[in-house]
Design a protein around this ligand. Structure first.
Ligand SMILES: Cc1ncc(COP(=O)(O)O)c(C=O)c1O
Length: 379
């Protein structure tokens, strides 16, 4: 039996979501833009999903624009700056590439970009963000919960500070949705990106949320869909699945926060006891309940990842493979880890279907395999 501890990469589609999508694919074949009954049925399904997504985020349905995932939503918000006054962008040095690369693109087009650094725990200082965001800033774009470390930024404080200065805030909430309370009726963010496949929905579906009054520009031209912002016939089944996954997340959030944290803490304590010479990367207090980023001293992460995979455990490395060479994670090095420390780090992330027995079995395997790799390295 496989033990899947890579739920931040993607998490299995929930049974309830599969059923809702299957029923849609089988029975709801109309085009939501058509004026007949078949079209109307498809339109109704899309609008129900819009309400479910909005409700999960404490937002209004009219703020939701469905996309093909969070990368598209992030690109849409950032590249939209080119349509505006080309004022500056403030972001951080631990962003997902779907924010970081558009930011570089904007920089090349002459937009001033400031990347605020995080501290050793992976946290932003709200004061530093507010200082970086001056009168010439058009947008601040920040990741709410980091995909590699799970570190959750003090977004309430940042959002309040920016709101009082009249500066717009975009948050990438892809990892936070379904694992952390997100309530836009309380936190004044202007734009939010998220993705269905991180919370039990299908891949290739997500949304951009733009609060009433926050300017957005068409990011796919050529059709009336999504209030002319994103042309193209809607992915009706995908959107239905996203809505269902959000409804489940709304119902289960408190349970998930307690249960995932219990399993994550058990895993961490087990690794400390059975493996030893481990360090936790990132804040242990401001972190998603499901994520653990661990440095295994004197143990190359890629070697450990492959050994675990062969034994049936799926995890993720603190490094990305670019054309054959392994570059250390920019998130971990931004927190002050050396390239070698980053290369000996793994991300372990928990989600639906993981149980105590699996955690205990994984701890046993970590103990055995890390011991073997360390002995081989010192031989
Ligand atoms: C923080 C973050 N932002 C954006 C994305 C991209 O999401 P999608 O796969 O829906 O494009 C991911 C996915 O890994 C992510 O973790």
């Amino acid at each position: 039996m496989r033990i899947y501890l890579d739920h931040n990469a993607t998490t299995p589609v929930r049974d309830e979501v599969v059923r809702a999508m299957t029923e849609t694919l089988e029975d709801v074949y109309g085009n939501p833009s058509s004026g007949h009954a078949e079209g109307g049925l498809a339109r109704a399904r899309v609008e129900t999903a819009r309400e479910q997504v909005a409700q999960c985020l404490g937002a209004m349905p009219s703020w939701v624009y469905f996309t093909a995932g969070a990368s598209e939503a992030n690109n849409a918000v950032l590249m939209g700056l080119l349509e505006q006054d080309r004022g500056g962008l403030v972001t951080s040095n631990v962003e997902h590439p779907s924010v970081d690369e558009p930011a570089t693109c904007l920089e090349e087009a002459g937009v001033g970009v400031t990347r605020v650094p995080v501290d050793g725990e992976g946290l932003l200082d709200p004061e530093e963000v507010l200082e970086a965001a001056g009168p010439g800033t058009s947008l601040v774009s920040l990741i709410w919960a980091n995909n590699e470390t799970g570190v959750v930024q003090p977004m309430e404080e940042i959002a309040e500070g920016l709101r009082s200065r009249g500066i717009r805030l975009h948050v990438d909430a892809t990892q936070a949705l379904g694992k952390w309370p997100l309530d836009l009726s309380r936190v004044p963010v202007d734009y939010l990106s998220c993705s269905a496949h991180k919370l039990g929905g299908p891949k290739g579906t997500g949304c951009l949320l733009a609060r009433e009054g926050a300017p957005i520009y068409p990011f796919i031209r050529g059709g009336p869909q999504e209030r002319r912002m994103r042309g193209g016939t809607e992915n009706v089944a995908g959107i239905v699945g996203f809505g269902r996954a959000c409804a489940l997340a709304s119902d289960e959030l408190s349970y998930r926060m307690v249960e995932y944290a219990r399993l994550r803490d058990r895993l961490w304590e087990g690794l400390c006891a059975k493996v030893g010479e481990v360090r936790r990367n990132g804040s242990a207090d401001h972190v998603l309940p499901n994520t653990l980023n661990v440095q295994f001293l004197d143990t190359p992460g890629e070697v450990l990842l492959q050994a675990l995979d062969l034994e049936g455990v799926a995890v993720s490395a603190g490094a990305a493979c670019h054309s054959g060479s392994i570059s250390p994670s920019h998130v971990l090095t931004a927190m002050g880890l050396s390239p070698e420390q980053a290369r000996s780090s793994l991300r372990l992330s928990i989600g639906h279907g993981v149980d105590t027995g699996q955690i205990d079995a994984a701890i046993g395997l970590f103990g055995e395999l890390v011991g073997r790799i360390r002995r081989a390295g010192s031989a």
